[in-house]
Design a protein. Structure first.
Length: 64
């Protein structure tokens, strides 16, 4: 596992646990928040919500 730190989950969408996990990595927390709030991503976010049962739980890791 790339990150080893105590898990402090902040759930943004839906309950836990999921059926599968997809990890997106960003260089900073600010970059992740900017991606999620980006005006170009918003239509895709709506589409994803309409066709999937995805959950989002950002996690701040600590590189090893």
């Amino acid at each position: 596992m790339r990150w080893r730190s105590p898990i402090r989950w902040t759930f943004k969408e839906g309950p836990w646990p999921p059926g599968r996990v997809i990890v997106l990595e960003f260089p900073t927390q600010a970059a992740a928040q900017a991606w999620y709030a980006d005006v170009e991503y918003q239509p895709l976010l709506l589409l994803r919500g309409a066709i999937s049962d995805g959950k989002l739980a950002p996690h701040r890791g600590r590189g090893i």
